[in-house]
Design a binder for this molecule. Structure first.
Ligand code: ADP
Ligand code: ZN
Ligand code: ZN
Length: 727
């Protein structure tokens, strides 16, 4: 008879722990996936039961008893448990931590489960709306009006009125409204019908629909605006009609309000969102609504890949190539790859959508593992933009812009249209330098230049976040002629204001979009009928439809052309196509101007004349020849410490332990591409294998032995399986 529980406890140890069942409960009466409170060291932890056993290797006298069973029913389904266990093995990360990261914070505590009803605002019944003095047009008045026809949930308010929380606080203080809970959200009665679908869309929908109920990975390739979202919506409708749930992943929080609005208008469904911008309470509630099968659609960012699904029907990953699907800290998983693992376990199709598919996904298509569907035509006869290369060699530049570029911007504005000026550097200038002696401000902890943020008068390190005042004079020679070098979005904004006075100008970057919904609000503030300039970072590559946007200027493409990072060209090609996709989305044709010192570069040439697919094929050939992913499989061991010696010792020990494994090449130890960051010395060891299976046969034992090394305790180290960045 099972006597002990196997419990995954969230601690950085690669093992599960044995416990006696709580008093009065039989161990085998507790299903895997239930949470238990257990004593651990001197503290109390919430662990997840992963199984039971008849005896334990732990001495019976030392075996501790779980203090409390927290769930009568498993909170984590057997599918989710199995997928997470797979992930723990694949990424070599402790199961307890993996399971914990799948749970919203509210469920990592010893607390009763909250209700999954949605929090909402409601007008107080006793209030007579007449005779109230709310300033017409104010946010408070708008919110109060919105609630006239009945209560609205917080998520709904997010999509209807930016900044409603402040207004709600004021109305509550005056006793005019209250917080309530809405049970199952009733779908809107007046659903907006979608456009009539194109032949390609109908075909794509039919092909995926034919696979419902089975695992089928499908790439839906189509340029921005080709109607992929319409395909998603039609498929989700079918899934809901079958009584099943859809999980939809989008890359950024900024995209959720927009996607949510569109999904709400179109789907007869209860839609829950899951992303890091929500409060803990909201996240827990949404998670439970999914787990209890109350939500029909779960829409979220990276970590939503762990959403519990009791009646899964379809998984969609929009913009599957996007780097934000890869978790870059702690447990370094890929949400895209895990979505495929879950799709297989749940036996549902997984639809990967992108205008610029990752080389990994394209290689899977090539190998016959994924099916590919294509949307080529833009609905509504909008055209693809024309590309122009601006050769910067020997040309005079005004604030980083060539004369031809400025002329193109001027013409666009004269036509009453909008232009987007793209520069992937925030701040005023990437370097602040002394004109007299050549000194430049740099981060003492990273040995990298500090970025000058002029608006807030600070120097900031974009690598470690360190900040300092802008010195009044050069600390080296006391000269007070400190000058900006290079161009950030803030400086570009200033230059454009000077060149085009009176033209509405928006800056979109991490600084201007800190607030929730800020991106949406900023872009929404543009008059679509009037000329305007938008300057910003890659946040601009996606989101929000701007029908009057017809010109895109990419200020500098050269950084991506000659980089040590083997993914740089892939990223550049994706970025150019994504940014270009913002131009000419409506009926007006668009143009893209690329500024470069290398107009002959084969990648640019292929991209401009033959498009992304051809550029990707080219890059795939190069990767194959060089033995790089997707044709090789990598794992990167990183280590850092205050001084260099422990880093070297640890990595040397790692090499010694590996003892020339079969079919795996070890590269290093070597310094990281950024050898110092936030005051730490950084080194790495790269493992590369032609066959994934060989790598994964090798890793578990090696990592286990590595953990036990005394050198491992003197550094901070991590293993990144399928790393996206090699620094
Ligand atoms: P994507 O997701 O590929 O960027 P969307 O599905 O958002 O593309 O479509 C872009 C725009 O074109 C949207 O405004 C959408 O309503 C419209 N659209 C999509 N399909 C059609 C169609 N078959 N006929 C007319 N308009 C369409
Ligand atoms: Zn100086
Ligand atoms: Zn720094």
């Amino acid at each position: 008879m099972p006597a002990v529980l196997r419990v995954a406890v969230p601690v950085p140890l690669a093992q599960v722990f044995d416990y006696l069942a709580p008093d009065g409960i039989e161990a085998d009466a507790i299903a895997p996936g239930c949470r238990v409170a257990v004593p651990f060291g001197r503290s109390q932890r919430v662990g997840v039961v992963v199984g039971s056993a008849s005896d334990s290797a732990v001495d019976a006298r030392r075996l501790k008893r779980a203090t409390k069973l927290l769930d009568a029913q498993p909170l984590i389904s057997s599918e989710l448990c199995a997928s997470l266990a797979w992930a723990a093995r694949y990424y070599q990360h402790p199961l307890g931590e993996v399971l914990e990261s799948a749970l919203p914070v509210g469920l990592r505590q010893v607390k009763p489960l909250p209700s999954s009803a949605a929090p909402a605002l409601i007008r107080n019944a006793a209030i007579e709306a007449e005779g109230l003095t709310l300033r017409a047009g104010s946010k408070v008045a708008t919110l109060f009006d919105l609630l006239a026809r009945g209560p609205l949930t917080f998520t709904e308010l997010d999509t209807r009125l930016a900044g409603w929380r402040g207004a709600a606080a004021r109305l509550r203080k005056r006793g005019l409204i209250a917080i309530t809970e809405l049970a199952l959200r009733t779908p809107p009665r007046t659903r907006i019908a979608g456009p009539p679908l194109s032949g390609e869309q109908t075909d794509a929908i039919a092909q995926v629909a034919a696979q419902l109920g089975t695992f089928a990975p499908v790439l839906l390739e189509g340029i921005t605006g080709s109607g992929k979202t319409e395909v998603y919506l039609a498929l989700i409708e079918q899934v809901i009609a079958r009584g099943e749930q859809a999980l939809v992943l989008v890359p950024e929080i900024g995209l959720t309000p927009q996607a949510l609005r569109r999904f709400r208008e179109r789907l007869p469904a209860r839609i829950e969102v899951l992303h890091s911008g929500l409060s803990e309470g909201e996240r827990t509630r949404a998670w439970l609504a999914a787990a209890r099968g109350e939500a029909d659609v779960v829409l979220g960012t990276r970590s939503a890949v762990f959403a519990p699904l009791t009646r899964a029907g379809l998984i969609i990953i929009d913009e599957e190539h996007d780097g934000s699907y890869k978790q870059q800290e702690g447990w370094r998983y890929s949400a895209r790859d895990l979505a495929l693992v879950r799709g297989k376990a749940l036996e549902v199709p997984v639809l990967l959508g992108s205008a610029t598919p990752s080389l990994e996904t394209l290689a899977n298509v090539e190998a016959g593992r994924y099916r590919k569907l294509h949307l080529s035509a833009r609905p509504g006869a909008a055209r693809l933009p024309d590309f122009h290369c601006v050769d910067l060699r020997g040309k005079p530049l005004r604030h980083g812009l060539a004369t031809a570029t400025i002329a193109a911007l001027r013409a666009c504005i004269a036509r009453g249209e909008q232009a987007l000026v793209f520069r992937n550097r925030r701040g005023y200038a990437p370097v602040l330098t002394c004109h007299s002696c050549g000194w430049h401000a740099s981060c003492a902890r990273c040995d990298k230049p500090l970025t000058w943020h002029r608006g807030v008068a600070r120097l900031r390190c974009h690598h470690c976040g360190a900040e300092q005042r802008v010195p009044a004079q050069c600390p080296q020679c006391s000269n007070d002629h400190l000058a900006p070098q290079g161009l950030g979005t803030e400086r570009l904004e200033e230059s454009l204001a000077e060149i085009f006075p009176g033209v509405p100008l928006l800056r979109i970057d991490r600084e201007t979009t800190r607030r929730k919904n800020a991106l949406d609000d900023l872009l929404g503030s543009l008059d679509p009928e009037r000329a305007a300039l938008i300057v910003g970072t890659q946040m601009l590559a996606k989101g929000h439809d701007l029908p009057n946007l017809t010109l895109v200027v990419i200020v500098d493409v050269d950084g991506g052309l000659y980089s040590v990072d083997f993914r740089a060209e892939e990223r550049l090609a994706q970025l150019v196509v994504q940014v270009a996709g913002r131009a000419g989305r409506a009926r007006k044709p668009g143009a893209v101007w690329l500024q470069t010192h290398h107009p002959e570069h084969p990648l640019l040439q292929t991209l401009m004349h033959h498009g992304y697919a051809a550029a990707a094929q080219r890059l795939l050939l190069e990767r194959r020849a060089a033995g790089l992913p997707p044709y090789a499989h990598l794992a990167l061991l990183r280590a850092d410490a205050k001084s260099q010696t422990p880093v070297d010792d640890f990595l040397q020990a790692a090499v010694a332990l590996a003892a020339q494994p079969d079919g795996i090449a070890l590269l290093g130890p070597m310094p990281a591409p950024m050898p110092r960051r936030a005051g730490l010395q950084r080194g790495q060891l790269l493992l590369s294998a032609d066959e994934r299976a060989r790598l994964h046969a090798f890793l578990p034992d090696w990592v286990a032995r590595l953990r036990a090394q005394p050198q491992a305790r003197r550094v901070r180290w991590s293993l990144d399986v399928d790393p996206l960045d090699l620094y």
